[in-house]
Design a binder for this molecule. Structure first.
Ligand code: URA
Length: 229
């Protein structure tokens, strides 16, 4: 047998074994510690059929940014642009998010890792349902373990519900620090909500976001200074 044929048989076999590792029933947990790095996890996400969303995705959208970022941002689920490119927050709401971060000198390249509760786009951008969120949660928990951020920002009510289980509206809980599994988290508005509410008047969602992102910057500086001294 030629080397090329042997190599391609080997590749096929290892793809088969990779796939065997993914519990295809969304109710079966993926144990913590399954992945040693993000590209292993990304490979699984791109083969995953733990829920129906796998059937209609173009790409699984795993994450982007610094893999050792001190701050992690968790959104809801990919939209059309994200499904097409395989990258989270690359559409209009992503651009706004980048501008908000830049306003306090944070960049996705250096300080941030961005990902979502669900890795696959829900049809017509509907909110992912509880089964879909539960099926995808083990991947997110592994991402949090691998990146090990100091601060987690939860953008919008779905991200808050997916991580903490808190079902309250985002306007009630945004801007408040909370502790989840020993990590500091803050719920913030989703940038698409800010696109629908463009006013910058005092008390408006955009104004509140400005307060929240400054509080995040201050907390990050405080943590960095404490760990340096
Ligand atoms: N909205 C999200 O919540 N996530 C994305 O990746 C894009 C838009």
């Amino acid at each position: 047998m030629s080397n090329d044929i042997q190599l391609s048989l080997f590749n096929e076999e290892s793809k088969f074994h990779q796939k065997q590792l993914i519990p295809t029933d969304g109710k079966i947990p993926v144990p913590p510690g399954t992945y040693t790095n993000m590209s292993e996890l990304a490979q699984h996400c791109n083969q995953c059929d733990r829920c129906e969303l796998g059937k209609t995705r173009t790409h699984a959208v795993v994450g982007r940014g610094n893999l050792q970022a001190p701050i992690m941002i968790i959104g809801e689920a990919p939209g059309q642009n994200e499904d097409e490119t395989g990258l989270p927050f690359v559409g209009r709401s992503g651009q706004l998010l980048e501008n908000i971060l830049a306003s306090v000198k944070l960049s996705t390249e250096h300080d941030i890792y961005i990902c979502n509760i669900n890795k696959c786009r829900p049809p017509n951008n509907r909110v992912p349902n509880p089964n879909e969120m539960a099926a995808c949660l083990p991947y997110l928990l592994e991402q949090i373990r691998l990146v090990d951020p100091k601060i987690i920002l939860l953008t919008g009510a779905t991200a808050v519900k997916g991580i903490t289980g808190d079902k309250r509206g985002i306007t009630k809980i945004r801007g408040q620090w909370l502790e989840w599994q020993g990590r500091l988290c803050m719920p913030i508005f989703h940038p698409s909500y800010l696109l629908r509410n463009p006013s910058k008047e005092v008390g408006s969602p955009k104004w509140l976001m400005w307060q929240d992102i400054q509080a995040v910057r201050n907390k990050y500086d405080e943590i960095s200074n404490n760990s340096a001294s």
